[in-house]
Design a protein around this ligand. Structure first.
Ligand code: HXC
Length: 510
């Protein structure tokens, strides 16, 4: 017995050393934490329970039989984030470059399987040279097992990927299948084909960061959601995100105690929308003034900023917020915004999170580039997501609700539960000038006539009453009372239950 305990302590110490002090120092010199240090930041103190510390790889080729490090380059297990259970795997770059062997993959799969069984999120911390080269196809099979589980767990438990080092080749597809990707600037990168191969194949010269760094993926490709300065900041934000989320699709989102009055009025909102319909204003001001305590967790803030998405609370309950941003592209929906919004709406719907939409949209973005890149099929994704969503949906039209974009963004016609409009709302097929130019083409001789026609159109359509007369808007509300009205609506909708007809799955325009 004493002998076994001695062995146990020895093996534990060996596993904790990872690839040895030299490699740990190198990791620190790059500004990176080790796999275990990262887990300590992620979880509540002393809550982590490690599994499979003694797992070893089974490869005997290329002299690997002489190189065994218990744990095989990934630390796995479960712990708590603010007292709620969360599973984790954290790749250890100091052990064979964090590369994925058959045994390493089995460890990841074990925590994923258990997370689905008990209904708890999985956080995957990626820092890896990819497939373990010495293991060949066994490693590829390991990746495939992880991918399959990512897909099976999608919409069942929240999956969050944190990229804190290299993530290249087919390995990128595990994070890509998860719900959220956080990256660290400078030390993390993601690409399918790296700069060395590009140099020979396409004769393009580019650095790792310029090809697939955090900045690229949070501003241009939209692959990642948020970029951070260092490991600690990224992991603390993962904790914040988890606080908004339900543990699984079988659980309700957590209620956060609030002292913010449900009846709080915000008189400053009465003057938020400028009189001139072409003047922008910041929709984030509205969001921050109506959510509990002004706390808003924005997702993808630097990608397609013409659409703002993120989480806040109303009356303590997690709520997904989708809002056009008049400050960018006048709030038009383009391809990137449509895809960003669609994915967010689908996440909320999968995880019982109600959706509040603030609508001020002049339309889909015109342009040859948008048409040729497929705004039709990408815009349809957002429409599909809203129409498919059965969670409570409440929409507030602050100003423009024009054309197809009005219909798409949580309109009554796509089964929104409650639709409010501010007095400044205009629900119409298009703006006044465009409409008059089409209706009276060739008939208008003078500038004064044009102005008169525009004024007449505005009187008829640039208001919320046409839609309200038909019941497409449930009420015209004063901007200052928006928080109160939203809190009441969402509380009333808490037990909303919609039965969907049976089908294998829908076929959204992916
Ligand atoms: C085995 C690996 C490894 C790998 C790195 N190492 N990658 N061992 N399999 N894939 C080992 C190195 O031998 C080294 O061991 C240690 O990890 C650190 O690597 P370095 O190269 O010294 O570190 P660095 O200079 O920081 O470069 C990191 C790196 C580079 C950019 C990740 O190692 C690299 O390019 N590795 C190969 C990446 C790759 O092509 N992977 C396959 C991708 S395809 P020692 O003992 O010296 O410390 C793929 C397919 C997935 O993953 C398919 C899914 C379906």
């Amino acid at each position: 017995m004493r002998h076994i305990i001695g062995q146990l302590e020895q093996k534990r110490a060996l596993a904790r050393q990872g690839g040895g002090q030299k490699r740990i120092d190198a990791q620190h010199q790059r500004g990176k934490l080790t796999a275990r240090e990262r887990i300590e930041v992620l979880f509540d103190p002393d809550s982590f329970e490690e599994w499979d510390m003694f797992v070893e790889h089974r490869c005997n080729d290329f002299g690997m039989d002489k190189e065994q490090i218990p744990g095989d380059g990934v630390v796995t297990g479960f712990g708590t984030v603010n007292g709620r259970p969360v599973f984790v795997y954290s790749q250890d770059f100091t052990v064979f470059g964090g590369s994925l062997s058959e045994a390493h993959a089995e460890k990841i799969c074990k925590v994923m399987d258990q997370a689905v069984k008990v209904g708890a999120p999985v956080v995957g911390i990626n820092d890896s040279g990819g497939a373990r080269i010495q293991e060949g196809v066994a490693s590829l099979a390991g990746y495939a097992e992880v991918f399959q589980r990512n897909v099976d767990a999608s919409g069942v438990i929240p999956q969050i990927s944190v990229i804190l080092g290299p993530c290249a080749g087919g390995a990128v597809y595990s994070p890509a299948l998860t719900d959220f990707i956080f990256m660290v600037k400078d030390t993390a990168h993601m690409f399918v084909t790296g700069p060395d191969v590009l140099r020979t194949v396409t004769h393009e010269t580019i650095s790792h960061q310029d090809l697939g760094g955090a900045k690229v993926h949070t501003t241009m490709s939209g692959v990642a959601d948020l970029a951070f300065e260092n490991d600690v900041e990224a992991l603390l934000y993962v904790r914040r995100l988890i606080n908004f989320l339900p543990l699984s699709n079988r659980a309700e989102p957590p209620l956060r105690p609030t002292t913010d009055s449900l009846d709080r009025v915000e008189p400053s909102l009465n003057t938020l929308v400028p009189d001139n319909p072409n003047m922008p204003y910041d929709i984030k001001e509205l969001i921050l003034k109506v959510v509990d305590e002004g706390l808003f967790f924005e997702i993808k803030p630097d990608f397609a900023p013409n659409l703002v998405v993120g989480f806040g609370h109303f009356n303590g309950a997690t709520t997904g917020i989708v809002a056009n941003q008049p400050m960018v592209l006048a709030g038009c929906l383009d391809i990137d915004a449509s895809v960003k919004g669609a994915r967010f709406v689908r996440f909320c719907d999968a995880f019982n999170i109600p959706i509040v939409t603030f609508l001020d949209v002049p339309g889909f973005l015109p342009g040859v580039a948008q048409e040729h890149a497929g705004i039709i099929r990408h815009g349809a994704k957002l429409l599909f997501a809203y129409a498919e969503a059965t969670v409570p949906k409440v929409t507030v039209i602050t100003r423009k609700g024009y054309g197809g974009a009005y219909v798409v963004m949580g309109s009554k016609h796509l089964r929104a539960d409650i639709n409010y409009a501010w007095p400044s709302a205009e629900v119409a097929v298009m703006g006044a000038k465009g409409a008059v130019e089409i209706l009276y083409r060739g008939d208008i001789q003078t500038e004064a006539e044009l102005e008169a026609r525009i004024a007449a159109y505005r009187d008829a359509f640039a208001n919320p009453f046409g839609a309200a007369r038909r019941g497409f808007i449930d009420d015209v509300i004063m901007p200052q009372s928006t928080r109160r009205r939203l809190c009441k609506a969402l509380t009333m909708l808490r037990n909303k239950d919609v039965a969907a007809p049976h089908r294998k799955h829908a076929n959204p325009p992916l």
